[in-house]
Every structure is written in structure tokens, then in C-alpha cells.
Design a protein around this ligand. Structure first.
Ligand code: G4P
Length: 524
């Protein structure tokens, strides 16, 4: 049994794709699923933009704006490995969702547009990965178009990200003459992804490599490819796993080049599920007892059943259908009667999941973001972050009779992580906080569609919010008493200080030595 579990865990690769919008994340996802046999037809993922049947009405926002709001998970198999690809919203207004998802992966693929190089959002997401020591595989996409010189791209990654690069493949030609990829280390060529097995070749001069190019391009290619092989850093797996070096692959997701190289790289080099830090001890992925944490909640995926799906990352042991697990936050036991796997657009009951797997657990509000599930042990996984919102609003309701319903709806939205909810200590109306303005649109649409509550937002007096604490409880209470009109409680009852602007926040902070004002709070 133990060796079966270890074998199953070793085959898991759980990763996310990070990129700037338009670099090709959706196209690449579609091709990964296609080659992994998870979808029959290319275009299914893409079709999300104009799907006739929406999963629920609020996803209209997604369709109208052509952005992916929802994070979901897709599982596929390739070369004996099981890949769990966690999709993240492309738009920066939903970045808190993306950051939470990155707590549940073991590796990331960074997609770069070959003509544009490192763009702002790539940089930001890369920084989040670096904070968490997530190893990164780089895919330089759109080589079928006019692009930058590959050396220049490598140099930009090294300079802007302070990350060593090791090109594993080298593009044969560019733009119109792009003809495939040469794997420098393995000495093989793959002309396109329909070719499953790469062909062994004898160096860049050989017919199988430069021979694929028009005569007038061959010499330059041979020079460049020889230089790449001799002068670039060789791939070093340890440095990659520690997050100091990224292996680089070139391709075109649209035209089916380099995608198989990428899947194979993930299979060969990306880590299997890693040990996870808890507040008590390090949990090894191959330990027999189940541990797992919730990193995302998605409500009303099926509008006919007001269900909520909690996305759970298994950290150790196995999650079996029908088993009982302890929800450590409450100490109560819950039966996992219908855990689900997701394959592209389909769901399937999950009989058994192991470390690295992500399963959806339907529930009616029992599970919250950051929750830990175990087989009885009292331990908590920390580090699913909560970011201080950058926009604070009061919710104005046309019909005052529905105030209680609104409070309940807001509470549910906050539990899902759609917004943060702050209840002022002085009894004034609740304040909602979001990281990006589009989240307010989602909130408004969902309150209307799902709860029949048409609302508007009005500016709150406050624009900045920080979680406050002090080593001495009395000092914290004194501060809260003194600033009662600027104190609110979050969903967990933790106190926050609200300020009109950064200046007044700093002013008060200077006058309250020993008080901590936090911009990030871990869930729990
Ligand atoms: P995103 O999810 O990162 O935002 O990017 P997405 O895959 O939607 O790709 C953005 C655009 O870039 C799309 O074109 C897509 O077809 C194109 N694209 C993706 N990969 C490649 C590639 O390897 N080569 C080339 N030449 N183009 C690529 P669009 O015109 O914006 O959308 P559509 O009309 O094709 O759907």
C-alpha cells in the first residue's frame, strides 16, 4: 500500500501557467489538454469566450469582457504522469485569486510572447512564485511570428527576473521559416507536435536540423545554435528546483510546435508533490494519513443547485470517496461523500485522490478558504494569503427590508473570497473591500442574479485598510477604543484599522509604537 501511494504521488505534476494577457496561456492550455487526451477537439477551451451555455449567469461578465474570472483545475495524463493544471484568471483585478491558486502548485510554466518579452504581469506573477520558491519552466511562445532574437529573450529573463536561464531546445528558424525545435541536450529534433517521438540528429549542421531551413538562413542558424550550445548554461535540475534557474523551451502553441517538448519537460524535471509546511510540522506527501487545504471556493457552478465547490489540494495520504475528515478550524468531522475531479469541462466523482491532486468538494458553506482537512490530527496549513483590499465601498441597497439578506449574501461572498467584508465596530453599515474594480462588477452581478438584490456602491470614507495586532492585548484594545470609528472586524473577527489614505495610516502608526499594521493576512 505504502509503495503504491509513493508511486502514485511520484507521478503527479501540479502546476499553473503564469503569463501576461495575450501571451497565449489559453491556447497553450488547450494544446496541453489536447495532447493529454483530455479534450477531443482543439478550440474547446477557447470556446469559453463565446460559449452558448454558461455555467451560471454571472459568468456573463466573463463572456462580455473576454476574460477568465474563474480559476479551475484540469487533469490530464501524458507519458505515465498525471498532470493537474490549475488555471488562473488572466486579469489583474482578480490577482488575489491567482495568488491563492499559486499556493496549491508545485511548479509553474511562464509563457512569454517571443515578440514582447517579459511584460508587467509576468514579472509580478514571477515574483509571487519566487516568494514561494516555485520552480519555473519557461515557454517562449509565438515563434511562428516575427520575434526577438532568442539570445535577447534569454538575456531579458536573466536581467529582469534575476533568474538563470538554460535553453533546452533551440528554435529552428523564426517566423515564416520556423520549422521545429532542436533539443540541444538530447540531440533530437521535433518538427511539430503531431510528431510524438523526436528524431535523433547529428548537430545543427545536419540535414535533420539546418536542412529544414531555406539555404540562405542555414549558416546563421548553425552559428547561433552552436553558440547556444557552447555558451549557454546547461540545465541543472537542482538549481531549477530551488528556483534559481529556468529551463527554456521555444514553440508556437497556435501552430503546434514545442508543446510536447514542454509536457515532457514537466514530466521529466518538474517536482512531484512537495512536503508542505504546517503549523506543527512538515508534512511529507507520501505520509499515509490524509491532509489537505482549501485554496478556492466557487459557488453556483451549477445554477440549479445552489452548491459551493471547495477546491482542495491534497497534501498527503489519500482522499477516498465517503471517508470522514476533520475540519480543523471547527474540530468537526465531515463526510466527503462526493469529491470530484475535473477534466476540461467535465466533472467526475473522485474515488481516490493523492498528494498533488485537486478535488472539488461540494458543500453548503461548511468549508472556507484556508481550511485544513485531516484524518484527526490538529494541524493547520498556513500561507493562503489574504491581501488588504485596495478599494473599499459601502453597499447601498434600494430596499431596506432586505438588509439582513444582504448581510448573509455578503458573508457568503466573503467566504468564497469574491470580496472581503468588514463590519465596523461603531455599528455603521458593512464595508466591502476588493483588490480590483472588476471584482465589484462580479459582486453586483451575482447579488442581483443569485440573491435578487440590486445594489449600488458608494465610496466609504476610508481607502486603506490594515490588519492590526499588538503583543500586549491591552495595548491593542486601547488602540481600538481610541480609534473606534476606524475599526472594523473581518470575516474571522480579526480587527482591522481603516484609514482615509496612506498618509493618515502612517501618521497613526507612528503614534502607536508596538502596533503592527499588516497588508497581508493568512487565512485562518
Ligand atoms: P491569453 O490566454 O494568454 O490571453 O492568450 P490567448 O491564448 O488567448 O492568445 C492570445 C492571442 O494570441 C490569440 O489571438 C491567439 O490565437 C494568439 N496566439 C496564441 N499562441 C500563438 C502562437 O503560438 N502563434 C501565434 N501567431 N499566435 C498565437 P487573437 O487574435 O487575440 O484571438 P483569436 O481571435 O485567435 O481567438
Amino acid at each position: 500500500m505504502a509503495s503504491q501511494l509513493a508511486g502514485d504521488v511520484a507521478r503527479r505534476r501540479t502546476f499553473a501557467i503564469i503569463s501576461h494577457p495575450d501571451a497565449g496561456k489559453t491556447t497553450l492550455t488547450e494544446k496541453l489538454l489536447l495532447f493529454g487526451g483530455a479534450i477531443q477537439l482543439a478550440g474547446e477551451v477557447k470556446a469559453k469566450r463565446n460559449r452558448v451555455q454558461s455555467r451560471s449567469d454571472w459568468m456573463k461578465i466573463e463572456r462580455e469582457r473576454g476574460i477568465s474570472v474563474v480559476t479551475s483545475v484540469m487533469t490530464f495524463e501524458y507519458g505515465g504522469n498525471v498532470f493537474n493544471l490549475l488555471d488562473t484568471p488572466g486579469h489583474e483585478d482578480f490577482s488575489d485569486d491567482t495568488y491563492r491558486t499559486l499556493t496549491a502548485v508545485d511548479a509553474a510554466v511562464m509563457v512569454i510572447d517571443a515578440a514582447k518579452g517579459i511584460e508587467p504581469r509576468t514579472l509580478k506573477l514571477f515574483e509571487v512564485c519566487r516568494l514561494r520558491d516555485i520552480p519555473i519552466v519557461t515557454f517562449v511562445n509565438k515563434m511562428d511570428r516575427e520575434s526577438r532574437d532568442p539570445f535577447e529573450i534569454l538575456d531579458e529573463i536573466e536581467q529582469k527576473l534575476a533568474l538563470d536561464t538554460a535553453p533546452v531546445t533551440w528554435p529552428i528558424g523564426r517566423a515564416k521559416t520556423f520549422a521545429g525545435t532542436w533539443n540541444m541536450a538530447a540531440g533530437t529534433v521535433r518538427r511539430e507536435d503531431s510528431q510524438i517521438d523526436p528524431v535523433p540528429v547529428n548537430g545543427p549542421e545536419s540535414d535533420g536540423v539546418s536542412g529544414l531551413l531555406p539555404e540562405n538562413e542555414r549558416e546563421t542558424f548553425i552559428e547561433e545554435a552552436t553558440l547556444a550550445q557552447e555558451a549557454c548554461r546547461p540545465f541543472d535540475r537542482q538549481a531549477f528546483l530551488e528556483g534559481h534557474l529556468t529551463p527554456v523551451y521555444f514553440g508556437s502553441a497556435l501552430k503546434n510546435y514545442g508543446v510536447r517538448d514542454l509536457i515532457e519537460a514537466l514530466g521529466d524535471f518538474a517536482p512531484s508533490p512537495r512536503a508542505q509546511e504546517s503549523d506543527k510540522r512538515l508534512i511529507e506527501a507520501t505520509e499515509p494519513a490524509l491532509t489537505a487545504f482549501v485554496f478556492k471556493i466557487q459557488a453556483n457552478m451549477d445554477p440549479n443547485h445552489r452548491d459551493r465547490i471547495a477546491f482542495v489540494r491534497v497534501c498527503s495520504g489519500s482522499l477516498n470517496r465517503g471517508m470522514k475528515a476533520k475540519l480543523v478550524r471547527t474540530g468537526k468531522s465531515m463526510t466527503l461523500s462526493a469529491p470530484q475531479f475535473f477534466f476540461a469541462h467535465q466533472r467526475q466523482l473522485a474515488d481516490n485522490a493523492v498528494a498533488g491532486d485537486v478535488v472539488g468538494i461540494p458543500n453548503h458553506g461548511t468549508l472556507r478558504i484556508g481550511d485544513t482537512l485531516t484524518e484527526g490530527e490538529d494541524l493547520l496549513f498556513r500561507g493562503v494569503p489574504n491581501f488588504a483590499p485596495e478599494i473599499l465601498r459601502r453597499v447601498r441597497l434600494g430596499d431596506a427590508m432586505k438588509a439582513k439578506k444582504l448581510r448573509e449574501a455578503l458573508q457568503q461572498m466573503a467566504e468564497e473570497g469574491v470580496v472581503q467584508l468588514f463590519i465596523p465596530e461603531d455599528g455603521s453599515p458593512a464595508i466591502v473591500g476588493v483588490v480590483g474594480a472588476l471584482q465589484l462588477d462580479v459582486l453586483k452581478e451575482r447579488l442581483k442574479q443569485e440573491y435578487g438584490l440590486p445594489v449600488d456602491f458608494e465610496a466609504a470614507r476610508f481607502n486603506v485598510c490594515r490588519w492590526i495586532s499588538h503583543e500586549e492585548r491591552g495595548q491593542l484594545e486601547a488602540f481600538m477604543q481610541k480609534h473606534r470609528q476606524a475599526i472594523a472586524r473581518d470575516l474571522d473577527g480579526d480587527p482591522v484599522f481603516l484609514a482615509e489614505n496612506a498618509f493618515s495610516l502612517n501618521y497613526e502608526a507612528d503614534r502607536a509604537p508596538g502596533m503592527t499594521f499588516d497588508e497581508i493576512k493568512d487565512y485562518q
